[in-house]
Design a protein around this ligand. Structure first.
Ligand SMILES: Cc1ncc(COP(=O)(O)O)c(C=O)c1O
Length: 237
């Protein structure tokens, strides 16, 4: 399985639990966290089964451009590579960026892609543990259901009620309120660090380059956050 490095930590654990070998597609801060499809091509071998993506990307906050996604889709279609993409953060984006759903690009990539979302972030209700996944590929969905069924016995009653409420278009006002609040807190954090250009954009956290302070970040272990979170930076300084 090809997985980006860095990536939301629990995804590495999922890969390990499935007993798959990880191949790391590195996205680097020096490169503006761009998703370079030439690097991706180098990682694909006849044994590659799946490409695991996250867009908008946690932890970097990068929102993939349509061009990047198109390039990834072309590679996946060309190599008949299945893709899993987490789009949980799809609505929490800043500065006029646009989130594009990978599966929406064309019918070929749609058939290869499984997408997942949740309700914890955009509506600010972590804890209800409700997410959802979609694919037009009936075989892939059949496999997901087969593997998930022994562990998941339906979503909680609270989760179902919350999902029904937040996915209703009438809840749009709530989303606008959350975005307003997120912009405000992000602005405060940027101002405090007085280095707006060093902050990556997106998600609810801000990551800051601290090299000018003479400090450097430690990479806790391969394949996890290369950047420090705000809390860690504060502690560190
Ligand atoms: C990319 C990504 N996927 C999934 C999750 C899990 O979300 P939930 O709160 O719904 O368990 C998170 C949580 O931070 C996340 O960042």
């Amino acid at each position: 399985m090809i997985i980006t490095d860095p990536m939301f930590g629990p995804f590495y654990q999922q890969v390990d639990a499935a007993d798959l070998k990880r191949a790391y597609w590195k996205i680097d801060t020096d490169d503006g966290y761009k998703f370079n499809e030439e690097e991706l091509k180098k990682l694909i071998s006849p044994r590659t089964k799946l490409l695991y993506l996250c867009n908008p990307h946690n932890p970097t906050g990068r929102v993939m451009t349509r061009e990047e996604l198109k390039a990834i889709a072309d590679v996946a279609v060309d190599r008949k590579l299945r893709v899993m993409v987490d789009e949980l953060w799809e609505d929490i984006i800043y500065d006029g960026r646009k989130h594009v759903t990978l599966a929406s690009l064309n019918p070929e990539i749609e058939e290869l892609t499984t997408t997942s979302w949740g309700i914890s972030k955009m509506w600010g209700i972590p804890g209800v543990q409700l997410g959802y996944t979609a694919t037009t590929n009936k075989k892939a969905m059949g496999e997901i259901v087969r593997v998930a069924n022994p562990f998941y016995h339906g979503a909680s009653t609270l989760g179902q009620a919350a999902a029904r409420a937040v996915l209703d278009p009438r809840s749009e006002y709530w989303v606008r309120g959350i975005m307003k609040q997120l912009h405000k807190t992000r602005g405060i954090a940027e101002k405090r660090f007085r280095e707006p250009t060093s902050c990556s954009r997106g998600l609810t956290s801000i990551r800051v380059t601290i090299t000018s302070t003479g400090l450097c970040w430690r990479r806790p272990r391969l394949g996890y956050n290369r950047a420090l979170t705000l809390g860690q930076v504060v502690q560190c300084i």
